[in-house]
Design a protein around this ligand. Sequence first.
Ligand code: SF4
Ligand code: SF4
Length: 235
Amino acid sequence: MCSGRVDLAFVLRAFSKGMDGVFIGGCRLNECNYSTHGNYDALNMVLLCRKIMEHIGVDPERLRIDFMSSAEGMLFTEVMSEFGNKVKELGPLGKAEGIDHNELRSKLAEITKLVPYIKVVKNEKLASRLENPEEYDKLFTKDEIDKLFSEVISYYIDPEKCQACMTCAKRCPVEAIISAKNQVHVIDQEKCIKCGTCFEACPPKFGAVTKISGEPVPPPIPEGERTIVRKSKER
Ligand code: SF4
Ligand code: SF4
């Protein structure tokens, strides 16, 4: 119902399903019936997504957002026909950009996996309200987006420090932490959405969760070596 509901993941999914263009129509800015002004969220998501598209070599003109009221049928048809012509002119997705179909799909899948992370990192900008269209292109810059992907943070539990208090596992929103009583906890990197909750939740006296950027995450400690032997039991 609200353009603010159009998630970055939805747009990426449309492109990964082979759509040549995506159009999002929202109510006029500052004319939202609610206090939420979701159309600004949609606008910011589109501005971010266009920069991501540039980053992976897809023409950002394939994604467009426009704002109009439900009484502006003529404007809607004009915008849609203009956009339709633009997409035809651009040609088939990937082919026109010279990117192999499978390579494009795997790039889109990689980015889609990072959507929750991207939203956490860019939270402030995604919530901003730009009044002037001239500011649109400055909200997210190419360098910023390149850096975002080159410095992706992964979370890792140091087996030497983990005390199996289970706090992180209880707080992880996607059950990505392999947890058991008296067992060193391990993050399943495939499931982890890089939200950072475990990093914040691990008690400072343990400080077992670390952030890793720019280098590979160490392999998980083998299952048979995860039992924590408490000092009192050693004696
Ligand atoms: S960062 Fe931590 S809390 Fe967040 S999804 Fe990954 S393992 Fe779970
Ligand atoms: S919160 Fe820290 S100490 Fe507790 S189980 Fe998780 S990583 Fe280990």
